[in-house]
Design a protein around this ligand. Structure first.
Ligand code: AMP
Length: 301
């Protein structure tokens, strides 16, 4: 394997500086993950490899963003397979630190707060989740800043970080954090990768039984219905799409709404009843068996 595994921040900086020098690199890409990687993560990694001279993927299960210790404990950890997948996409460095490397003084006292945008939708059922996620993303984005002047001494190498559209609220929050707090990085959103049947790939899908997996397909079907209506400039008729999800007995719907893509505020009621024009995002979350699933679809017309 050509990929280099590093577990310390010092090791990451040394290896990234060496590679930027060796490749006369003018850009570095960062792909933050929690491991248990699948084709969705592979798409992020491939996009980063296409767009950058040096690519770092991080593998870190961040305790700060788990409200539930059981959920944290049972989060799948598959380092060897993850390294093989990243290597196959052409990623240069895998940074897989221990919790103590990231939080050497224990839980951080000062954190990023996600504000109003982090309290709704996923934030409403997972209090504190986005503060924990943004705090670690802030740290990872700092670790990944490329060393200055390596590309022949003219300016900083470009710096980009890659996040999945699958986690639309997280992506919106990361974009806001980077703007609001002036992080020196461009955020790139990558479209959701799905199974052939339409299920959005997720590390948690492995906990679904065959019946639950089949039932879970109603989420992407309902989103597709809205997409088709938006494309045809028809009223979205969210209620009928909601009814479709609720008719599936194994699926317990949490929320399903159509929102502004940047603020995640629900669109005015009349946008659902009049022919659809503009840009929006349909957001859905449901519990299927033991697993909480989220999905979304950009609507554009
Ligand atoms: P995770 O390891 O689940 O925290 O995800 C790491 C990154 O991969 C996040 O930016 C996710 O949005 C992205 N991701 C996860 N699943 C998918 C998918 N099915 N398609 C595209 N990106 C994904």
């Amino acid at each position: 394997m050509a990929i280099k595994l590093v577990t310390t921040v010092a090791g990451l900086h040394a290896e990234s500086a060496r590679l930027l020098r060796e490749k006369q690199g003018a850009s570095q890409g960062l792909v933050p993950t929690m491991g248990a990687l699948h084709e969705g993560h592979a798409a992020l990694a491939r996009t980063a490899v296409e767009q950058n001279d040096v690519v770092v993927a991080t593998i870190f299960v961040n305790p700060l963003q788990f409200g539930d210790a059981v959920d944290l404990d049972r989060y799948p950890r598959t380092l060897e397979a993850d390294l093989a997948l990243l290597d196959a996409q052409g990623v240069d460095i895998a940074f897989a630190p221990a919790v103590e490397e990231v939080y050497p003084g224990g839980e951080p006292l000062v954190r990023v707060t996600s504000g109003r945008l982090g309290e709704k939708w996923e934030g409403a059922s997972r209090p504190g989740h986005f503060d924990g996620a943004l705090t670690v993303v802030a740290k990872l984005l700092h670790y990944g800043i490329p060393a200055a002047g390596l590309a022949g001494g003219v300016g900083l190498p470009a710096y980009r970080a890659y996040f999945g559209q699958k986690d639309a609220q997280q992506l919106a929050l990361v974009r806001r954090m980077v703007v609001d707090l002036n992080f020196p990085v461009d955020i790139v959103g990558v479209p959701t990768v799905r199974s052939a049947e339409g299920l959005a790939l997720s590390s948690r899908n492995r906990f679904l039984s065959d019946d639950e997996r089949e039932a879970a397909l109603v989420l992407s079907r309902a989103l597709r219905l809205l997409e088709e209506r938006a494309n045809a400039h028809e009223p979205l008729d969210l209620e009928s799409a909601q009814a479709m999800v609720e008719s599936q007995p194994l699926v317990k719907l949490d929320y399903f709404d159509v929102v502004d893509p940047a603020t995640l505020e629900p669109l005015a009621e009349n946008c659902r009843e009049t022919p659809f024009r503009g840009e929006a995002l349909a957001l859905i979350a449901a519990k299927v068996g033991p697993v909480r699933l989220i999905d979304n679809a950009p609507l554009s017309s």
